[in-house]
Design a protein around this ligand. Structure first.
Ligand code: BG6
Ligand code: MG
Length: 221
């Protein structure tokens, strides 16, 4: 049984409450294009990149568009998203997250970010979480979207720790699949029905600690 040496966190929906802003911005865009977009469709966009998202939305609406048009829509969605996150501050860090990160750092665990978002560094700065991270891997560093494990493998490489000794925290099915594909341990944050394959599912990082999670993973093993 490999000893856990570090954690890799997804950002949107795990550390901060930005998943709802992505939803609002995509819903506005889909509305303009004339494509139905509800929570149900949104769930399938969690964790995946900007381009993959617009391609899925167009697929649902059975619409085709030129490369230029797709680029313009991606840009527009991001502008709306940036407007929504403009006023974000420390209050939008999800419950329990800051103390969980503090405890993890105090116990000597290494901490990385593994997010598809190209806005990740900006958001971490806004909510003042940047100092907790030993490595930050975001959508600017990757060429393949979750469920490909690339983002987490780059995190493991940056921390110099083997995947089997790292725990991934994810709120998206695509992220759980990415973690499993890379041989990481994985914790789902949210509802079990959206996180198939996660070793443990928790509603959030409140009411738990790094050592509780590590004990439970060791027990399950
Ligand atoms: C992921 C989100 O973290 O990042 C997705 O779950 C989002 O909803 C993706 O599309 C890309 O984010 P951004 O900020 O680069 O558009
Ligand atoms: Mg997420």
């Amino acid at each position: 049984m490999a000893t856990i040496r570090g954690f890799i966190f997804d950002l949107d929906g795990v550390l901060v409450d930005t998943a709802r802003y992505h939803f609002q911005a995509w819903q506005r865009l889909a509305g303009e294009i004339g494509i139905k977009f509800t929570e149900k469709e949104n769930e399938q966009l969690k964790g995946i990149g900007r381009r993959e998202s617009i391609e899925k939305i167009l697929g649902w609406g059975q619409k085709q568009a030129s490369e230029e048009q797709i680029e313009a829509w991606m840009h527009q969605k991001n502008l709306w998203y940036l407007e929504l996150i403009e006023t974000m501050d420390e209050d939008e860090v999800l419950p329990g997250v800051r103390s969980f990160l503090e405890r993890a750092a105090q116990s000597g665990l290494k901490i990385a970010l593994g997010s598809a978002s190209r806005n990740a560094p900006k958001i971490l700065d806004k909510v003042k979480l940047t100092p907790y991270f030993d490595a930050i891997i975001d959508g600017n560093a990757t060429t393949r979207s979750k469920p490909d494990p690339q983002v987490f493998l780059l995190g493991a490489e940056a921390l110099k720790i083997a995947p089997e000794k790292l725990v991934v925290f994810e709120d998206a099915q695509a992220g759980i699949e990415a973690a499993l594909a890379g041989s990481f341990r994985c914790i789902g944050i949210g509802e079990a029905k959206n996180l198939k394959g996660a070793e443990i599912v928790l509603p959030g990082l409140q009411n738990t600690t790094p050592s509780k999670i590590i004990n439970q993973l060791n027990f399950n093993n």
